[in-house]
Design a protein around this ligand. Structure first.
Ligand SMILES: NC(=O)C1=CN([C@@H]2O[C@H](COP(=O)(O)OP(=O)(O)OC[C@H]3O[C@@H](n4cnc5c(N)ncnc54)[C@H](OP(=O)(O)O)[C@@H]3O)[C@@H](O)[C@H]2O)C=CC1
Ligand SMILES: CC(=O)C(=O)O
Ligand SMILES: [Mg+2]
Length: 763
């Protein structure tokens, strides 16, 4: 993607569909007059008075306990410098987004228009009652030090300057691991720190707390090496002033073991890197552009352990790994501050997590085959789902042990479960899917590319490297639309099945089709005519290996697209029934629903087959299927044949697939509510398990349910994912959104990858 395209993409992302990245969503019912009289006057007065009586009640009756302020004056925004409070707002909203998606913490971003320390401190103090914690962000040193110190002293809620301590915690964890891998000792290594600002000073203090020696440290600011004999040094800089008689970064880098960059882009060059000691460690953490570009550095030295603050290279040392989880732990025990013990605990939790076996989900999410503790994996990845259950408990425990917790956690297992449950509703699954597709992109025919939204989806698929789109449709329309959305037509293949150019292909495909159907009443003339029809042409492309996968259905009714696909492509070996599943991102996590599109009234045997096919699909997403077979009755409570059908399907599954975690027949609430199930049906195979797959007894129920969830929750749905076809063919919902089509393209690519793998195994 060109620099200009990236720029435009970033601007569109921030502007559409609504400006900005966060919004406020009510958490209580507000439908009736009764609700409103509770939410506001007169009902609201009751909790007000309770809080007036005892201020701790504010945590009981308001959102304070889960609300953090991300506050900046915009004086040191990323590595962009003093761009002011207004221009810092996208970053602060971004931090809000990260707090929410990684730790379910709500954020108000607050941009304060003052550089005056007193005024800033006063502002924060005055608004502090609203919040459970204060995250100071992108405030330049040395002001940041005094602001944080004073607020910590004067407020009884946790205050943390993220650029100082968040960064220090993550980089210390990464440093401990990198040193271990380089077989070096922290008290022996020579460390160069570029930058003497908020982040650099705090990081260096923490390295010292872990054993780094002052005499081995050289720190530089914009004027060069901070020497003890330099005039007018701030207290913070003075602590790290060196007695060595050197002035430049070049001199400092010679024979250094560790370089930590928290300054500005591109100040380290290759000769400097080459002058470092054996097995050097370089953390170039300036954002968005590091002190030395990742590829340049790793190609210059093979024995290097390298990290940056960016997500597009291995070893992202960025405070995003810290602040969500540190505040989560601190808020959950209502800590009065974030102290050294809590920071150390977070460092240790992060460092040790990097050494544990990496779950497959993380490999898939990052397009890696096998992430393993080593030079290219010294610190967990931000999308590692284990972070939420490892770091906050460590921080909370340390807060309790060091006496700053106002409430105590006793059941740690339950706490960890609660933390996992908090993270149910995000779009990890889509990410996982995209990354998996990108590992081995396949050719996808977009059979309706002469529709703007289909073309937009194809453009994203192409630019993101999810797949290689082949655009099918009226060439003149496609070309015109491509121009409109700035989609370079030279980058893709466009095919107009009706055009003279495709005459030969049409005839070839028609011959193949006719040969397979000439005893079923199809004449050669019929076959030739059918090949002018886009879905027939597209299906033949996949059949004949001219494309790997197919997406269609955006502009036509589902059955009219399914029919040619079944006729031309047919079912996979050993399969006598196709079905479709939809993956919903719900508030309790991902949920697969089958069959949402094909079988109107499946028999018990069919239901069992649908369950088995769905289980396979669930595994494609890196999850273990836990299946509820849905009915209007529970475990024999109705003798009606409709309930009996589901019961029989369960019996078939228990006999034929004893390894599957599946049970029923049961009602939806019992399938989804662990406590209800345990209480009433303790014998069920689903007890203690989180059901992630629902197999419905008929099409109305399944289709209605997925559409209901989609509309009511405004949640993402991936699907319908066709299951049981010989080739990767997927049929879109009429009028699917661009995002849904991109997701489906990724599904089609992953499906093609799997089918290719299976075919290779069968050979
Ligand atoms: N990866 C991560 O998680 C994080 C990365 N950062 C990055 O660290 C950098 C600094 O942030 P922060 O500490 O908040 O900002 P500050 O404004 O507090 O500090 C910036 C520091 O960089 C120094 N500096 C400027 N130019 C040079 C140079 N040529 N050589 C050496 N030092 C130089 C400044 O020197 P002087 O004192 O003379 O002005 C100052 O000490 C930013 O790029 C930021 O994006 C920050 C936090 C987290
Ligand atoms: C990551 C971060 O907080 C910064 O670069 O400022
Ligand atoms: Mg920052």
């Amino acid at each position: 993607m060109s620099k200009e395209s990236k720029r435009r993409e970033a601007l569109v992302y921030h502007a559409k569909p609504k400006p900005g990245k966060i919004e406020v969503v009510p958490t209580k019912k507000y439908a009736t007059q009764r609700d409103l009289s509770l939410a506001y006057s007169p009902g609201v007065a009751i909790p007000c008075l309770e809080i007036e009586k005892d201020k701790e009640n504010v945590y009981k009756y308001t959102a304070k306990g889960n609300l953090v302020a991300v506050i900046s004056n915009g004086t040191a925004v990323l590595g962009l410098g003093d761009i002011g409070p207004l221009a810092s707002k996208p970053v602060m909203e971004g931090k809000g987004l990260l707090f929410k998606i990684f730790a379910d913490i709500d954020v108000f971003d607050i941009e304060v228009d003052t550089k005056d320390i007193d005024a800033f401190v006063e502002t924060v103090k005055n608004i502090a009652p609203t919040f459970g914690g204060i995250n100071l962000e992108d405030i330049k040193a040395p002001e940041a030090f005094e602001i944080e110190r004073r607020l910590k002293e004067e407020l009884d809620i946790p205050v943390m300057h993220d650029d100082q301590h968040g960064t220090a915690i993550i980089s210390a964890a990464a440093l401990l691991n990198a040193l271990e891998l380089a077989k070096k000792k922290i008290d022996k290594v020579k460390i160069v720190i570029s930058g003497a600002g908020a982040a650099a000073v705090s990081c260096t203090k923490l390295y010292k707390a872990f054993g780094a020696k002052s005499e081995n440290i050289v720190m530089l600011d914009s004027k060069g090496v901070i020497r003890a004999d330099r005039q007018n040094l701030s207290v913070e800089k003075l602590e790290f002033a060196t007695k060595r008689k050197i002035d430049t970064l070049k001199e400092a880098m010679k024979d250094a073991d560790v370089f930590v960059g928290l300054s500005i882009a591109d100040i380290v060059d290759v000769p400097m890197l080459k002058s470092m000691a054996k097995r050097p460690i370089v953390f170039a953490m300036a954002n968005p552009d590091p002190e030395i570009e990742y590829n340049l550095a790793v190609s210059a030295r093979k024995d290097l352990i390298m990290a940056t603050g960016r997500s597009d290279h291995p070893n992202q040392v960025n405070n995003v790994l810290g602040f969500p989880y540190i505040f989560r732990g601190a808020l959950d025990v209502r800590a009065t501050k974030i102290n050294e013990e809590m920071k150390m605990a977070a460092v240790k939790a992060l460092a040790s997590l990097a050494k544990e076996h990496v779950p497959e989900q993380v490999n898939i999410a990052y397009g890696e085959t096998k992430l393993n503790y080593g030079p290219e994996y010294i610190i967990p990845k931000p999308f590692d789902p284990r972070l939420i259950s490892k770091v906050p408990p460590a921080v909370a425990k340390a807060a309790m042990e060091s006496g700053v917790a106002r409430i105590q956690i006793t059941d740690w297992e339950r706490y960890e479960e609660e933390l996992m449950e908090r993270m149910g509703n995000d779009n990890k699954i889509s990410r996982l899917l995209m990354n998996r597709a990108k590992m081995n992109p396949k050719r996808i025919v977009f059979a309706e590319a002469d529709h703007l939204d289909v073309l937009k989806a194809a453009q994203i698929v192409q630019e993101e490297g999810i797949g290689v789109p082949i655009l099918l449709g009226r060439r003149d329309v496609i070309m015109e639309l491509m121009q409109e959305i700035d989609f370079d037509h030279e980058q893709v293949t466009i095919i107009d099945p009706k055009s003279d150019e495709e005459k030969l292909k049409r005839e070839t495909y028609a011959d193949v089709y006719w040969l397979s159907r000439n005893r079923k009443g199809v004449t050669k003339f019929d076959a030739q005519n059918l090949m002018r029809e886009r879905n027939y042409f597209a299906a033949m492309m996949v059949n004949e290996g001219d494309a790997d996968a197919l997406l269609s259905g955006y502009s036509r009714a589902y059955p009219s697209v399914v029919k040619p696909m079944l006729e031309l492509i047919g079912m996979a070996k050993g399969i006598d029934r196709v079905a479709a599943t939809n993956l919903m991102n719900t508030s309790r996590g991902p949920l697969f629903i089958s069959d949402t599109s094909i079988n109107i009234d499946p028999s018990a045997t069919d239901l069992a087959k649908i369950a088995v096919m769905t289980a396979k699909t669930v595994r494609l997403f890196g999850m273990e299927p836990v299946i509820g077979m849905i009915s209007y009755a529970n475990f024999g409570s109705s003798k009606n044949e409709r309930a009996r059908k589901v019961k029989e399907a369960v019996a078939i599954l228990h006999r034929s697939h004893p390894e599957l975690i599946v049970d029923g027949e049961l009602q939806i609430d019992f399938a989804l509510n662990k406590e209800m199930l345990q209480k009433k049906f303790p014998f069920s195979k689903l007890v203690g398990k989180k059901v992630n797959t629902l197999i419905y007894p008929n099409l109305e129920a399944a289709n209605g349910t997925y559409k209901l969830i989609k509309e009511l929750n405004k949640s993402d749905s991936i699907g319908p994912i066709m299951m049981g076809m010989k080739k990767p063919v997927h049929i879109l919902q009429l009028g699917a959104s661009v995002e849904e089509m991109v997701n489906m393209a990724a599904v089609a690519v992953v499906d093609a990858q799997e089918k290719e793998k299976r075919a290779a195994l069968e050979k």
